[in-house]
Design a protein around this ligand. Structure first.
Ligand code: FAD
Ligand code: NAD
Length: 466
């Protein structure tokens, strides 16, 4: 039996950041992870492998299509899918080993196996050989993450009917990939396979893609993706899937009901959301239970059980790696009596398609619903010199500012490399910046970031470059 200050269940961005921070603060910390590698969904089957394939497929597509030829680079690329997957897997291994290094550096013990809470302060870990380790902890942090939400009638077998993990490691390019759900996974992985040569159809229940993102930004992204050849079937639902060795027949109906049509696909990706994962955790042994959606509630990262904390995808809030990481830091700081806090109003959101979509703060729809008076400053990338010279002019920067105080309330970017630029506004908004503060801040030329400044200037109609 080993005794710890804190035992963390789950080694994803929530769990591993909590463990590292605990080590830094001098706590004796153990992180229990059942997978054979650390890093959770994010490093193993989420953020990182998807970005590896997005990067590689974007370059392939640029070389294959008119983009390279237009730049005067004439090549005839051939796809080596096995190598593309291999380099992705090698990068993932490098990253997961990096977490092992950080654990050693910060004196965190990785206890390999699946953790079960036996009672207050008590955890049993069962390893892959069935061996058991008992742990005693002053505090337990639950960071067990999430899993794909299943769709009744469309059973995931990861042969023909895939979840995101299956769609990240296909051995061939689909002829026709049907994606169910036009959310972030559907658009990112749909883009990967479209660029590598698949016909892609996205079936979405709602009448728009990416519910929750600013509607104008979502529409702009949909237009771009449609131009790239992704076919959208909005306001539609899949009611049945019949898989065979060769492919899948899908029955698709209008969301409001009506005649069904049959779609033939060789692969189907089910990406209709993720749900919290607490299977086999023994929550009942500390008097905890989950809500209807399987979610474990928290108040300032505390559960209702004394000494049991919860962070990341398994609890409320957006299911994002950086949100899990922020909660990890705040939770551990609270355990040692510091004032850790997460600002849930300023968690950025990025869709890594081409163009990318990045946003932080309120959407126009939210501000209207709140009855808050706001001003809009917009600037298109067609008027940004760096974007023009690079032939990457799709999209815009949009800044929403309070009508009276000029405080920036929301920022919505669609365009090249906007994932790297949204951080500027996250910092500004943490400091309650006004649009004028950004408008008066010198930005380097020529960069795409000038579009962000011009949008802020345009809140008062003062953009100088359009
Ligand atoms: P997880 O990363 O899910 O980690 C939980 C870990 O706990 C898992 O490794 C699991 O094995 C382990 N575990 C569960 N139960 C037990 C137990 N009883 N004992 C021991 N171990 C246990 N987010 C972004 O911010 N940006 C992105 O670009 C992005 N891309 C994504 C792409 C895909 C395809 C997917 C699926 C997700 C993506 N996400 C992205 C979401 C991101 O991966 C999650 O929000 C993040 O991983 C959540 O971190 P977590 O620590 O809460 O949980
Ligand atoms: P999502 O919530 O982003 O999108 C799911 C989509 O499926 C929605 O548009 C929804 O309306 C639709 N839908 C739901 N039921 C449906 C049905 N029966 N038929 C057709 N459409 C249906 O979920 P996701 O794309 O599966 O991603 C899961 C989570 O992973 C997200 O919450 C996201 O936070 C995280 N993630 C983030 C990133 C990123 O940050 N770049 C990338 C991938 C995943």
């Amino acid at each position: 039996m080993s005794t710890y200050d804190v035992v963390i269940l789950g080694g994803g961005p929530g769990g591993y950041n909590a463990a590292i921070r605990a080590g830094q603060l001098g706590l004796k910390a153990a992180c229990v992870e059942g997978r054979s590698t650390l890093g959770g969904t994010c490093l193993n089957v989420g953020c990182m492998p998807s970005k590896a394939l997005l990067h590689a497929s974007e370059l392939y597509d640029a070389a294959m299509g008119a983009e390279f030829a237009n730049l005067g680079i004439e090549v005839k690329p051939t796809l080596n899918l096995a190598q593309m997957m291999k380099q992705k897997d090698e990068s993932v291994t490098g990253l997961t080993k990096g977490i092992e290094f950080l654990f050693r550096k910060n004196k965190v013990d990785w206890i390999k196996g699946w953790g079960h809470i036996d009672g207050p302060g008590k955890v049993t870990v069962t390893d892959s050989q069935g061996g058991k380790t008992e742990l005693i902890a002053k505090d337990i942090i639950i960071a067990t993450g999430s899993e794909p939400t299943p769709l009744p009638g469309v059973e995931i077998d990861n042969k023909r009917i895939l979840d995101s993990t299956g769609a990240l490691s296909l051995a061939e390019v689909p002829k026709h990939l049907v994606v169910i759900g036009a959310g972030v996974i559907g658009l990112e992985l749909g883009s990967v396979w479209r660029r590598l040569g698949a016909q892609v159809t996205v079936v979405e229940f709602l009448d728009r893609i990416c519910p929750g993102v600013d509607a104008e930004a979502g529409k702009t992204l949909q237009r771009s993706l449609s131009k790239q050849g992704i076919n959208f079937k909005l306001s539609s639902k899949v009611t049945r899937a019949v898989a065979s060795d060769a492919g899948v027949q899908l029955s698709v109906e209008p969301a409001a009901g009506g005649a069904a049509e049959v779609l033939e696909a060789d692969y189907v990706l089910v990406s209709i959301g993720r749900r919290p994962y607490t299977q086999g955790l023994g929550l009942e042994n500390v008097g905890l239970s989950t809500d209807k959606r399987g979610m474990l509630a928290n108040k300032g990262h505390r559960t209702e059980a004394a000494g049991v904390w919860v962070i990341g995808d398994v609890t409320s809030g957006p299911m994002l790696a950086h949100k899990a990481e922020d909660e990890a830091m705040a939770c551990v700081e609270q355990i040692v009596g510091k004032a850790g806090e997460v600002n849930y109003d300023l968690i950025p959101n990025v869709i890594y398609t081409k163009p990318e979509l990045a946003s932080v703060g309120k959407t126009e729809e939210q501000l209207k619903a709140e009855g808050r008076a706001y001003k809009v400053g917009k600037f298109p990338f067609t008027a940004n010199s760096r974007a023009k010279i690079n032939h990457e002019t799709e999209g815009f920067a949009k800044v929403l500012a309070d009508e009276r105080t000029d405080e920036v309330l929301g920022v919505h970017l669609v365009g090249p490399s906007v994932s790297e630029m949204i951080g500027e506004y996250c910092v500004a908004m943490e400091f309650s910046a006004s649009a004028e503060d950004i408008a008066l801040t010198c930005h380097p030329h020529p960069t795409r970031s000038e579009a962000l400044r011009q949008a802020a200037m345009n809140v008062e109609g003062m953009a100088t470059q359009m």
